[in-house]
Design a protein around this ligand. Structure first.
Ligand SMILES: Nc1nc2c(c(=O)[nH]1)N[C@H]1C(S)=C(S)[C@@H](COP(=O)(O)OP(=O)(O)OC[C@H]3O[C@@H](n4cnc5c(=O)[nH]c(N)nc54)[C@H](O)[C@@H]3O)O[C@H]1N2
Ligand SMILES: Nc1nc2c(c(=O)[nH]1)N[C@H]1C(S)=C(S)[C@@H](COP(=O)(O)OP(=O)(O)OC[C@H]3O[C@@H](n4cnc5c(=O)[nH]c(N)nc54)[C@H](O)[C@@H]3O)O[C@H]1N2
Ligand code: SF4
Ligand SMILES: [Mo]
Length: 735
């Protein structure tokens, strides 16, 4: 095993005919996006099952309507604090996943036939025995820590449990080191708490909202978008800092088209103005913060004129926006962002944003950042994990990222390449994460995969990572299963339940069952005493003293919220070493890092090249929806945004097909040009997730370009190991 041709598209001997896409067409009507006069089925006679969404990780409450065994529409649960009666387009289009004819239908085992590799369908019995046998072999030969679990999504908890019981701590999600990790560390070192998910911003009460690249409105996290819309309707100010005229920018009071990678310079200049003009919340800082003098000294020369040379934003605009932002304090919030892995100095950018929030007095204040709470739901009682596991292998030899507070997926991937880390990872279990597209440096990911003894993938679709697997275990979708209960940490604490709306289609199975069956086969039955996931979840609900029937009927129980703001009588506390907000971070200093954020200009694009930026589209989640036929009716494929002046210079017109070729000669597939004034001339922009080479995704195949293929370089954040991925440059080549 481990030869070069490990990879093969999912070639299924004698694959059955595609199932009819029942339900498609019907649902589009319900989000008001389909102009065709489809007969309205109404709602009378529908069975309505409350559950929660898995089209992204916001976990909105859903009411699923079922008629004649078919899910006809998905609407937002009005009682659920995250959906408030609404879903985003992706959530409403969830039936496009349920009824996707390309879904994984049966377990698959890779076979090598006369030198040719392909998959054959297998029974669950066979696939699970095979998985168990491989996991036992890895443990016997290399120790349990040689198995790594990668995961994303709520259903991953069953596998986390399995792998902990097995004895490995190599459990990681790209949603940390490739997404929100630097933000958590930046805020943690300042306030002693992370931001977490759902974000604890109180946009609905804000009088001024500042978005540093977080493109709410395209980043479609439902509640935040609703709150942003409400705040704007009430007349709140909006400052958007983005090299691209985003949807949010189109609603903004001030749009600052910043030069990519120079945000720390802008933030330091804003801090400079706010300190110099005494616009900060002096009482709040006197009571809660340390390090103001050091901060004042640090930014004394970070004038708007200085920042202008780096950001290209005129000094008078920097002064005007600093006053605008400070004028609304404390109900003025610098949104912490979410995917902040941009340039490798991301923790420091997050620190600068945290410090600015502190100057505004917005942490723990209405319209700023709330102090969330959650309901106390006891664990299901099971045997304690027996092993004394080895520390994760995610830190490459000779380096350490001391402030990382979760395991780094990129680090575990690297540790799979022999000799890179303290010990080698030999097997991967991959749940709901498409590592080929979400980890940087595709070549390095391939090298790691080639070195594996065993790769098992649990997914719903034949995505890239499944094509590399030795065994593919088809999970049923979120509409066909019960998972654990969700006790959210939010402004209002709540408890939500995911319950099956229809029976699993094909021969797919829920993750809890797959994990339990593997557990039984590798001698971990004691860790899986529950009858099924419903019994598991309801045991917890019952133990917490809540009414299970009530929860199952309504889908959500909203708890009583303790005060979330200082104005409501909350006594603010901070989990930092000093017990105060640390404007100056002794913790970072002691670890050998800058105690106050320092700006270092990013590398310039080489002549004729443009910085490649990427982000989201409202109606898609990464690559997980590109095959969703309903959502593709709204947004069919990505385009590359190119400044219209550049287009004119290069003789390109809107709609031309080009290739993007990066600094290492990596190429995208052909993609249409969107010639626009809505982006700076020094960068181009793609919506992430497109450009699949998976033929099994029959609808998405060949559509759009993949940013992931072009992220051959990244810059690692020295503080916590996040991988800054906005550091690649592309040139435009005509097809
Ligand atoms: N519809 C939809 N919504 C989603 C998701 C989805 O897939 N689809 N995914 C969810 C997830 S997991 C995440 S992490 C979030 C990500 O969403 P966000 O955290 O909001 O955004 P990013 O992807 O980090 O950044 C994209 C924006 O940053 C701008 N940008 C790029 N470089 C710079 C720069 O140097 N400076 C500044 N100021 N701006 C810059 C880009 O032009 C773009 O508008 O979205 C979430 N919401
Ligand atoms: N180049 C580049 N890299 C990125 C990003 C980027 O914008 N560009 N974004 C980064 C960010 S913000 C994040 S959060 C990560 C996310 O990256 P990933 O963790 O890879 O998440 P997704 O892309 O959503 O992949 C989800 C996988 O889950 C599968 N899936 C969907 N539903 C289910 C289910 O119910 N059960 C199971 N078992 N599988 C399911 C889908 O088919 C898909 O294969 O990627 C990061 N990496
Ligand atoms: S934001 Fe949209 S996709 Fe995400 S959970 Fe909510 S409805 Fe689903
Ligand atoms: Mo993310």
């Amino acid at each position: 095993m481990g030869t070069f041709s490990r990879r093969q598209f999912l070639k299924i001997a004698g694959a059955g005919a595609a199932a009819a896409a029942v339900g498609s067409g019907l649902s589009t009507r319900w989000w008001g996006l389909d102009p065709d006069p489809i007969p309205d089925p109404g709602t009378e006679g529908d069975r309505v099952v409350p559950t929660f969404c898995e089209l992204c990780f916001w976990k909105c409450g859903v009411l699923a309507h079922v008629r004649d065994g078919v899910v006809t529409k998905l609407t937002g649960n009005p009682d659920h604090p995250l959906s408030r009666g609404r879903l985003c387009p992706r959530g409403a289009g969830g039936t496009g996943l349920l009824y996707d004819p390309d879904r994984l239908k049966r377990p698959l085992i890779r076979v090598e036939k006369r030198g040719e590799q392909q998959f054959r369908e297998a029974t669950w019995e066979e696939a699970l025995d095979f998985t168990a046998e491989k996991m036992l072999a890895v443990r016997r030969e290399h120790g349990p820590e040689a198995l790594a679990l990668f995961l994303h999504g709520f259903g991953g908890s069953w596998f986390k449990h399995l792998v902990k019981a097995y004895g490995s701590l190599n459990i990681s999600a790209p949603s940390y080191a490739q997404c929100r990790g630097p933000r958590e560390v930046g805020f943690y070192t300042t306030f002693g708490s992370i931001i977490g998910s759902p974000e604890r911003t109180d946009l609905e009460n804000s009088r001024c909202i500042t978005l540093i690249g977080s493109h709410l409105g395209e980043n479609m996290h439902n509640t935040q978008v609703q709150e942003l819309a409400d705040a704007l309707a009430r007349g709140a100010g909006l400052v958007v800092v983005d090299p691209r005229f985003s949807v949010a920018a189109s609603k903004a009071t001030h749009w600052l088209p910043i030069k990519p990678g120079s945000d720390i310079a802008l933030l330091l200049a804003w801090i400079h103005v706010i300190l110099k003009e005494g616009l900060y919340d002096a009482d709040y800082l006197a009571k809660h913060a340390v390090g103001l003098d050091e901060l004042k000294k640090h930014v004394s020369d970070k004038t708007p004129e200085w920042a202008w040379t780096h950001t290209t934003i005129p000094p008078e605009k920097i002064v005007e926006t600093a006053r605008f932002i400070a004028g609304a304090r404390p109900a003025s919030v610098i949104h912490p962002g979410r995917r902040v892995t941009w340039y490798g100095d991301d923790t420091q950018r997050a620190r600068a944003m945290a410090i600015l929030n502190a100057l505004l007095g917005s942490w723990g204040r209405k319209g700023g950042i709330c102090i969330p709470s959650s309901m106390d739901i006891p664990e299901y009682p099971y045997t304690a994990y027996a092993h004394k596991p080895k520390a994760p292998a995610d830190m490459p030899k000779g380096s350490s990222y001391p402030m990382a507070d979760e395991v780094l997926s990129s680090g575990v991937c690297d540790a799979t390449i022999p000799g890179t880390s303290e010990y080698d990872i030999r097997a991967w279990l991959v749940y709901g994460t498409n590592l080929v597209k979400s980890l940087p440096s595709p070549a390095r990911v391939q090298e790691a995969i080639q070195a594996l003894d065993f790769l098992a993938v649990v997914d719903v679709l034949p995505v890239e990572i499944a094509g590399w697997a030795d065994v593919v275990l088809p999970e049923c979708t979120y509409l066909e299963r019960c998972d654990d209960v969700y006790a959210a940490t939010y402004k209002v604490p709540f408890l939500a339940v995911r319950q099956p709306v229809v029976e699993p289609m094909f021969d797919s199975k829920p993750g809890w069952w797959i994990a339990q069956e593997i557990g039984r086969r590798i001698g971990l039955s004691d860790y899986f005493p529950w009858k099924d996931s419903t019994e598991y979840a309801m045991h917890r609900v019952h133990a917490a003293g809540y009414d299970c029937d009530d929860l199952r009927r309504t889908g959500v129980i909203v708890g009583k919220a303790p005060p979330a703001f200082e104005e409501d009588g909350l006594e603010l506390t901070f989990g930092t070493p000093s017990g105060k907000i640390e404007l100056y971070s002794g913790q970072l200093r002691d670890a050998g890092f800058d105690p106050l954020p320092v700006y270092t200009p990013p590398e310039e694009p080489p002549p004729g090249m443009f910085r490649m930026l990427f982000g989201r589209a409202p109606s898609h989640s990464f690559g997980r929806t590109i095959n969703n036929r309903l959502l593709c009716e709204v947004f069919a494929e990505n385009e590359v945004w190119v400044n219209d002046r550049i287009c004119a210079e290069q003789g390109l017109t809107d709609g031309d097909r080009i290739m993007l070729v990066n600094q290492d000669d990596a190429r995208s597939g052909p993609v249409r040009v969107k010639a626009t004034r809505r982006i700076r001339p020094d960068c181009v922009y793609l919506v992430h997730g497109w450009g699949t080479k998976e033929k099994g995704l029959t609808h998405a195949y060949g559509k759009g370009a993949s940013d992931s293929d072009l992220v051959t370089r990244f810059k690692t954040d020295p503080i916590m190991g996040g991988t800054g991925m906005n550091v690649n440059f592309v040139r435009l080549e005509r097809v």
